[in-house]
Design a protein around this ligand. Sequence first.
Ligand SMILES: [Zn+2]
Length: 193
Amino acid sequence: MIKETYENDPDKAIQFNSSKSMTGQKPELHIQYVVGEYLSYGYDTNSIPISYANYGTVWNRAIQKSINSWNTSNANVSFNKTTSEWNRILVLNKEGTAYFGRMCMEWPSFGSKLRRFRIELSSNSIIGADEHDGSFNLENFIQSVLCHELGHTVWLNDNPSTMQASIMKYTRDRNSMVRPAAFDISNVSKKYK
Ligand SMILES: [Zn+2]
């Protein structure tokens, strides 16, 4: 068992357990202290600067598609690429990570106002999800994970209890579900009307 501590929000630190043997089942790391569709915080405006480096054709294309999938939806949010190092998307090759991706608050976020964050995508976890059964699609997988993490920045919680499709569900097929579902778009738009 791997234990990860969510260190960026010490008031709400949790211990996160994940079994390494469950290939393809690593969740996106999250804060698990609330139940329902929403986290207790979200970005405080609907125009959200975001930055990322060059991680190669496939990764950058997936990153751009994830951003576009939110921007072209009716969620009423816009992620805008900036050259400043504000709200970075990082692709990290860290051994032993128990997650595909995670969204971490950074100062000066406070209370319910998310002002600065970073998103980490774990490249070895994502690439390691290839179960060699022919279903693995790296670009789609990256897109699905990042689309989920972007959802966290705009209030969305993990695993909403709904029968409807949601990008926030761990059980989604990351090889094919690559954009926010109607349920997700509707929930975000209620926060940014
Ligand atoms: Zn999550």
